[in-house]
Design a protein around this ligand. Structure first.
Ligand code: PLP
Length: 394
C-alpha cells in the first residue's frame, strides 16, 4: 500500500488565507447585499508599470517571429535579467556575481524549495509570528522546527542570545505580518551568530522596496560577513505588481558551503532538475523594472501604498489602538481592542464593518491578540475601511 506524507497531519487544516477567504465567502452568501472591503491578503492593486508592460509586449512580438522565437531558457534566468538585478544590488553597495542570482517564478516557490538542498537533521529556527510558508514547508519536509518569539516587548524583532540553538534561521525584514524592520546593528548580531555557530540564514527581502530610510538595510548582504552565512530571497510581486506575472530571485553566494558542498552548485543542480525557468516575456518585463524609468514608476506605486498605510495608521492613532508597521512596510499590525483574540476580532470586524483583515494568530501563537491590515488596496477602499472602523469603534 502506498504511503502518504503523514507530516501533513501536523499542518493546520488549511493555509491561513484559504480560511480567511472561506469565512468571507460564507459571510457574503449569508449577506448578499454586504459591501465587503478586503484588507487581508497581501495582493497588490496597482497595475503593472508602463516600462514592464511595454517590455513584455515587445517580447511577445519578438517571440512571434522566426528570428525572435525562444524556447526553453537558461534555468538560472537570462543573463540580461541577472545583470539587471546585480546592477540593482550595486546601487545598494552590494557586489554580486550574476552566477549567484537565480531567477524564479517567485519567492514562495523558492522558500518552499530551498529545504531540498539542506540536510534533514537541521534545527530550523523560525520567528513567531511570520509568513506561514517557512513553518509549513519545514513541517512538510520533517525538519525540527523551533520558534523564536517576536513580541510587542522586543519590537517583533527577536535577536539571538546565549540560549539560541539553530542550524537554519529564517529572517524576514521588513516583516510580514508585523511590518517590523531590522536595523544594521541587529542584523549584524544575526550574521555574527550564524558565522560563529555555522548556521545558515534564509533572509526574505520580499518587502525591501518599502524601506523608507537609507540607514536601514534592504539586503542582508549590506552586512559584513553575510556572504559566508546567508541566502537572500526576493520578489517582484510587491515591488512591481508582479503577483500575477510571477517573478522573483534568490541569491546564493559562492562562499556558502557545508559538508564540502557548495550551496550555489546544489541550488543550480536542484533548479536545473526540477524547474524549467521563467518565461522570456516575464523576464523582459522584470528587466525593465530595474531601468531608471521602471524604478521611478515602481516607486510611484509604492508611494501610493504608503499613503494607504498612512490612512490606516492615522485611523489607529485616532482610535488609540497600539500598532506597529506601516512605515517601512505595506503591513499595519495592531493589538485587538478589548483583549479580544484575533479570530474573534476578525468575526467582529467582518460582522460590524464588513472589513476583512487577517488574524494575527494565523501567523503563529505570538500573533494572538494582534491583527494585520494591508495597504495594498485602493485609496478609495482604504479610506472607506478606515471610516467604517472609526465610526464603529471611536
Ligand atoms: N515572502 C514573503 C514574506 C511574503 O509575504 C510573500 C508573499 O506574500 C512571499 C515571500 C511570496 O512572494 P511571491 O509572490 O514572490 O511568491
Amino acid at each position: 500500500m502506498f504511503q502518504a506524507n503523514t507530516r501533513y497531519r501536523d499542518l493546520s487544516e488549511s493555509y491561513l488565507f484559504v480560511t480567511v477567504a472561506r469565512k468571507m465567502r460564507e459571510f457574503a452568501q449569508e449577506h448578499p447585499d454586504a459591501d465587503i472591503i478586503k484588507m487581508s491578503i497581501g495582493d497588490v492593486t496597482r497595475p503593472i508599470v508602463p516600462a514592464a508592460r511595454d517590455a513584455m509586449l515587445r517580447a511577445v512580438n519578438e517571440m512571434a517571429t522566426s528570428e525572435g522565437f525562444r524556447g526553453y531558457g537558461p534555468e538560472q534566468g537570462y543573463d540580461f535579467l541577472r545583470q539587471a538585478i546585480a546592477g540593482y544590488y550595486a546601487s545598494l553597495g552590494v557586489t554580486l556575481d550574476p552566477a549567484e542570482i537565480f531567477v524564479s517564478d517567485g519567492a514562495k516557490s523558492d522558500c518552499g524549495n530551498l529545504p531540498d538542498i539542506l540536510g534533514s537533521g537541521n534545527r530550523v529556527l523560525i520567528p513567531d509570528p511570520v509568513y506561514p510558508v517557512y513553518r509549513d514547508t519545514n513541517i512538510m519536509n520533517g525538519s525540527e522546527v523551533r520558534f523564536m518569539q517576536a513580541t510587542q516587548e522586543n519590537g517583533f524583532l527577536p535577536l539571538p542570545d546565549e540560549n539560541t540553538e539553530a542550524d537554519v534561521i529564517y529572517l524576514c525584514s521588513p516583516n510580514n505580518p508585523t511590518g517590523a524592520v531590522y536595523d544594521r546593528a541587529q542584523l549584524k548580531k544575526w550574521v555574527d551568530f550564524a558565522n560563529a555557530h555555522g548556521a545558515l540564514i534564509l533572509f526574505d527581502a520580499a518587502y525591501e522596496a518599502f524601506v523608507n530610510n537609507p540607514a536601514l538595510p534592504r539586503s542582508i548582504f549590506e552586512i559584513d560577513g553575510a556572504r559566508r552565512c546567508a541566502i537572500e530571497l526576493c520578489s517582484l510581486s510587491k515591488t512591481a505588481g508582479f503577483t500575477g506575472v510571477r517573478c522573483g530571485y534568490t541569491v546564493v553566494p559562492q562562499e556558502l558551503c557545508a559538508n564540502g558542498l557548495s550551496l550555489n552548485k546544489l541550488w543550480l543542480r536542484r533548479q536545473s532538475t526540477k524547474f524549467n525557468g521563467v518565461s522570456y516575456i516575464t523576464q523582459r518585463g522584470a528587466e525593465a523594472v530595474f531601468t531608471p524609468d521602471g524604478l521611478k514608476q515602481v516607486r510611484e506605486n509604492i508611494a501610493y501604498y504608503r499613503e494607504n498605510a498612512r490612512t490606516l495608521t492615522d485611523m489607529l492613532d485616532a482610535l488609540g489602538w497600539w500598532y506597529t508597521g506601516g512605515k517601512h512596510s505595506p503591513y499595519v499590525w495592531f493589538r485587538c481592542p478589548d483583549h479580544m483574540d484575533s479570530w474573534s476580532f476578525f468575526d467582529r470586524l467582518l460582522t460590524e464593518t464588513q472589513v476583512v483583515g487577517t488574524p494575527g494568530a494565523g501567523f503563529g501563537a505570538c500573533g494572538e491578540h494582534f491583527f494585520r491590515l494591508t495597504s495594498f488596496s485602493t485609496h478609495e477602499n482604504t479610506r472607506a475601511a478606515a471610516d467604517r472602523l472609526l465610526r464603529a469603534y471611536r
